[in-house]
Design a protein around this ligand. Structure first.
Ligand SMILES: [Zn+2]
Length: 79
């Protein structure tokens, strides 16, 4: 049984969840997100998505993984 990349369908190691090529793309996206968060530390996932062109769900996944720390400005901003 061969595992296939969830994104492009090419064969890959059964322990990863995307192949190496897609993993590299993910890393680029992660870098973009991180750079944006560094410049605009109070941004939320929606703003990051608009600025980077990366989907909100992906950004949320990075945040959930703990690889990104983004301020939840809904709870921070007392109106
Ligand atoms: Zn792939």
């Amino acid at each position: 049984m061969t595992d296939r990349c969830l994104k492009c369908g090419s064969e890959m190691s059964p322990y990863d969840y995307t192949c190496k090529v897609c993993g590299e793309n993910d890393r680029d996206e992660y870098r973009m997100i991180r750079n944006y968060v560094r410049s605009f530390p109070n941004s939320n996932a929606m703003q990051i998505a608009n600025a980077t062109g990366i989907s909100v769900s992906k950004i949320l996944r990075y945040i959930k993984n703990g690889s990104l720390t983004v301020v939840d400005n809904q709870s921070r901003r007392g109106r």
